[in-house]
Design a protein around this ligand. Structure first.
Ligand code: NAD
Length: 340
């Protein structure tokens, strides 16, 4: 039996990498059917303030799962990010980002023989992302940061459950509760409350600046880390750098009714239309989605093929020896398909 999901191709390089990924899915006989939805910058420009048409919203809510390409956030005051709006509209409270060393993708750590395999779970809705800001005077801007106990609890519980599912033995909470005693203090307090429900997972906490230092010096000591929204955003891009860059960073936005799978990176306007974008992050997000749906065999087949392709030294020009990329987007997808 197949599953129907909503697909939004996205802006910039979105349609290029989505086409490559769906071609790989087709070759792997993935049991998915697609309903394409109208969502992105052009729909925002056409007057849809959420960046999607009412029909797109209806489709996504009916199907419960959206696979999306990156979307451009129109610049300017008073304009909210389409991506942030989507996460809020559907209460996708947990943002899971998996980072692992990939053979063939050289990094400082892979060269030193230190494998990385860690997951960041970022709270996805609260914190400063409410964008509640105002000018007190012309020279004083004020922003509000909102952290709630139920909001913290749902993402922290998800992180513990995910750690257990993945066979991790420990989960750390990153925070700045030494300074932001009420907001981060509440997040940390909630972490240790929920930790009592998961005695099989070793829980610890670490101040976010110390966490950054340890991540760039000894990333192998971490398995999973849960953080508030802004800190999680910054730390997860740092982790993308550890494993080779944004081209290798997948993500899942998990909610109780709707989940969104997408790459961590944006629309890459500088390379749009050139056919050279790296589809790996979106493909890894698709693999995460297949596992989420229970299609573990198809997920493993595609993942093995992707890993083998990278090991063969086939790569787009965004990493490795940038002067000699061995493949463009299409050729990279062809190689993954050939290796299936
Ligand atoms: P970006 O991630 O689009 O690009 C940063 C750099 O990484 C660029 O040099 C780009 O060429 C490169 N890059 C990114 N993805 C790549 C890929 N798959 N293959 C090869 N190179 C890749 O970040 P940005 O320039 O800050 O943002 C551009 C737009 O994307 C903005 O409008 C931003 O709001 C949006 N954005 C969307 C999402 C999302 O949809 N979830 C996430 C981040 C940024």
């Amino acid at each position: 039996m197949s599953t129907k999901i909503a697909v939004a191709k996205g802006d910039g390089i979105g349609p290029e990498i989505m086409a490559a990924v769906l071609r790989i899915f087709e070759a792997a006989n993935v049991p998915l059917e697609y309903e394409y939805v109208e969502m992105g910058k052009s729909y925002f420009d056409a007057g849809h303030s959420t960046g999607m048409t009412p029909a797109a919203k209806e489709t996504i809510e009916r199907l419960g799962l959206l696979f999306k390409g990156p979307m451009e956030t129109p610049k300017g005051k008073g304009v909210k990010s389409i991506n942030v709006t989507a996460r809020k509209v559907w209460n996708t409270y947990a943002n899971q980002r998996d980072f692992r060393s990939l053979n063939g993708v050289d990094t400082v750590f892979s060269k030193a023989g230190i494998p990385i395999n860690l997951t960041i779970v970022r709270e996805n809705i609260e914190d400063t992302y409410g964008g509640i800001e105002h000018l007190l005077t012309n020279d004083v801007a004020v922003g509000r940061r909102i952290i709630t106990r139920p909001g913290s609890a749902q993402v922290i519980r998800y992180a513990f459950e995910m750690a257990r599912r993945k066979g991790y033995t420990k989960l750390a909470c990153g925070h700045k509760a030494n300074i932001m005693k009420l907001t981060d203090g509440m997040f940390l307090e909630t972490f240790y409350e929920i930790a009592k429900e998961f005695p099989d997972i070793e829980s610890s906490d670490i101040i976010v600046d110390d966490l950054c230092m340890k991540l760039v010096s000894r990333p192998e000591i971490f398995q999973a880390i849960v953080l508030t929204n802004l800190q999680g955003d910054i730390v997860s891009d740092l982790c993308a750098g550890l494993v080779g860059g944004l081209g290798f960073a997948p993500s899942a936005n998990i909610g109780d009714n709707i989940s969104i799978f997408e790459a961590v990176h944006g629309t890459a306007p500088d390379i749009q239309g050139k056919g050279i974008a790296n589809p790996t992050a979106l493909l890894l997000s698709g693999i995460l989605m297949l596992r989420y749906l229970g299609y573990t065999t198809a997920a493993a087949a595609i993942e093995n093929s992707l890993l083998y392709t990278l090991e063969q030294g086939i790569h787009t020009g965004d990493f490795g020896d940038k002067s000699t990329p061995s493949a463009n987007t299409e050729a990279f997808a062809d190689a993954v398909i050939a290796n299936l």
